[in-house]
Design a protein around this ligand. Structure first.
Ligand code: FAD
Length: 591
């Protein structure tokens, strides 16, 4: 008989609608309950393996804080330390056992990165850039021969991997890479160009490289390139603001011959390969952010209890308590969303890129707020390099920049959702046009559309979460039930107002994205709190309180965002930016 936990994993997995995106459905006013409830539990095998692993990581890193701090200052990770990471199996976390890895799920992998990030982000980056993006292409798109050739050495860390997409002229606009791959007569390719800011660039033995190969099917192709191939070189370790010990370098390809068998995926489909890798890897970054937040909460709690001012521990002051509570709410929310997305990936869901973007944006914003507040609680001490706050503040800053900036990801969230609504609207338009030719088809679409509009207009039939929830959670659920309709209405209105021009309306896109973020993260929080109540968890009551508080905070944000779609100062703000940009400076002074 399956254990309780295995049974609940099975229950959460069996009913999944794998082809459905929860986030995209929100734009239609729908909550795909089957993909949200019950909150998934980690698989038994992963839990068993994690138990031993987390302890080993803890034992290994807990006494290394002085070294880790020194390596941050020196901007260097010693080879002996990387060797120790290899020996702990940390480069083979997600590689199948058949190829010598530990075959952890995405959920368990993210939990390992949470553990390492609690000590040092550069450690997480060395492991994470290898697994999340560097060698993920071989895992997702490699053929049997490529897997057999590379995965065993990637699993041991004999080969460390790096992901080479960014170039000086191709940052957010990744499709515009200039590194060129020219086809040779014998089927091999010649690569030339330079990549910048490549994590693990200086220590990698394998590069996943994206190069321009203009073909009828697309402009980019992915290649596996051995670091010791003639013509491959890397620049010096970059002197960075944060994650200083993590290797970041340029990687240059000077007429590098790449054999035909090293094409990853299909020729011309490299952009798809790159995006699939990044989407699949986002939970690693999210897990790291959650681990960092847990460390910050531990530090801030200790500091608040130890530090006395006005004859009282500062932990007694409301403005300090407010920060501790908010950090905990943010951490619980980020954790709930990140592990929900990991569950989608592990369960074979096919459409999770918007949820992955949401979890990355939320978790990376949240850890930066937490770092700011923890440093503020430590105040003067927080500012001193003797304490860990300043390093965590510097280290966490990168999270909203790489693997897609949070601006680009917000636009992606909004436009992905709106695109499907737009398709629905044009479907409606063509159905209307079709009414006289094909009334049945036309009326089918119309009645579905009219039904949705009636639900939106009256609020009747919008009771979307049918589960029995704790009474306090029921109220929180009503917030999401209401605002999912608001999102759908707003999407509809924006598309009617701007049509295709919505692509240029970034202020509006941000509002739409922020509502979608609040809805998806809030629903994950709700589901997790519900599961903790059902399991009789010792802290279930506090989890319910978090779900309650989050829903109220989210409601206020969603209300503001929804209202600002009509009432805003966008044109004035845009005009002001235009004037300042033209001047190239702030033109006022008090002299
Ligand atoms: C430490 C570090 C490690 C990295 N590791 C890797 C790696 O391993 N592999 C790799 O390939 N890359 C890596 N990168 C590169 C990283 O992914 C890019 O920095 C990132 O994609 C952003 O590109 P950019 O810095 O050129 O910013 P830009 O694209 O120039 O953007 C500048 C600003 O403009 C905004 N912006 C840009 N376009 C738009 C738009 N259309 N609408 C609204 N706003 C917009 C951005 O959000 C940003 O705020 C790394 C970077 C750093 C700093």
């Amino acid at each position: 008989m399956a254990s309780v936990s295995e049974a609940s994993v099975a229950a959460a997995t069996d009913q999944l609608r794998r082809d459905q995106s929860v986030a995209k459905n929100l734009f239609f006013g729908e909550i795909v309950e089957e993909n949200l409830f019950p909150y998934p539990r980690m698989r038994e095998r992963d839990r068993e393996m994690l138990g031993a692993m987390v302890d080993a990581i803890e034992d290994f890193l807990k006494d290394k804080h002085a070294d880790l701090k020194q390596w941050d200052r020196d901007a260097h990770q010693p080879e002996e330390f990387i060797q120790a990471l290899r020996e702990m199996g940390l480069f083979g976390l997600i590689i199948p056992e058949a190829h010598g890895g530990l075959e952890l799920s995405n959920a368990a992998y993210a939990r390992v990165l949470a553990q390492t990030s609690g000590h040092d982000s550069s450690v997480s980056l060395t492991i994470g850039a290898h697994s999340s993006i560097g060698m993920k292409g071989v895992l997702l798109f490699g053929n049997d021969e490529q897997k057999a050739r590379y995965l065993p050495r990637l699993a041991t860390g004999e080969l460390i991997a790096a992901f080479c997409l960014t170039e000086s002229g191709a940052g957010s606009d990744a499709a515009s890479v200039r590194t060129r791959a020219t086809a040779n007569e014998d089927g091999s390719w010649t690569l030339s160009g330079e990549k910048i800011w490549i994590t693990n660039g200086g220590i990698a033995g394998l590069y996943t490289v994206f190069a321009r190969t203009d073909t009828p099917t697309g402009k980019m192709t992915a290649f596996i390139v051995d670091a010791d191939a003639a013509g491959v070189s890397h620049g010096p370790h970059e002197d960075k603001m944060g994650i200083r010990a993590s290797s970041t370098t340029t990687v240059a390809f000077a007429d590098v011959r790449v054999p035909a068998e090293n094409v990853l995926g299909e020729v011309g489909k490299g952009f798809k390969v790159a995006m699939a890798i990044l989407n699949n890897g986002r939970t690693g970054l999210g897990g790291g952010a959650v681990g960092g937040m847990k460390a910050l909460i531990r530090l801030a709690t200790q500091q608040a209890k130890d530090r006395k001012q006005f004859d009282r521990p500062i932990a007694e002051f409301g403005l300090v308590r407010e920060k501790i509570a908010q950090m905990s709410i943010d951490c619980f929310a980020a954790e709930s969303a990140v592990w929900m997305v990991a569950h989608y990936i592990d369960s074979g869901c096919t459409d999770y890129s918007v949820e992955a973007a949401i979890s990355k944006v939320f978790a990376s914003d949240a850890i930066q707020r937490a770092a700011h507040e923890a440093l503020q609680i430590a105040a003067g001490n927080g500012f001193m390099r003797e304490f860990p706050y300043e390093q965590i503040t510097r280290d966490s800053r990168i999270l909203s920049i790489f693997e897609g900036t949070n601006e680009i990801l917000r636009l992606y969230i909004a436009l992905s959702g709106l695109k499907d609504v737009g398709t629905g609207l044009s479907g409606l338009r063509s159905a209307l046009g079709d009414i006289f030719n094909n009334p049945i088809k036309g009326f089918g679409v119309l009645s579905e559309y009219a039904g949705r509009r009636a639900r939106e207009a009256t609020g009747i039939g919008t009771d979307k979460i049918v589960r029995e929830l704790h009474p306090r959670l029921r109220k929180a659920a009503q917030v999401y039930e209401k605002y999912v309709v608001e999102l759908s209405t707003a999407s509809d209105q924006l598309l009617r107002k701007y049509g295709k021009g919505i692509a240029e309306q970034q202020y509006q896109q941000k509002r739409v994205a922020d509502i979608a973020i609040d809805l998806f993260v809030g629903l994950c929080v709700l589901s997790r709190a519900d599961a903790l109540v059902a399991a009789g968890d010792a802290h279930a009551d506090s989890a319910v309180a978090i779900a309650e508080i989050f829903s109220k905070q989210a409601r206020r944000r969603m209300f503001r965002n929804a209202r600002a779609m009509d009432r805003n100062e966008d044109p004035a703000s845009d005009q002001l930016a235009g004037m300042i940009l033209e001047q190239g400076r702030y033109p006022w002074d008090v002299i």
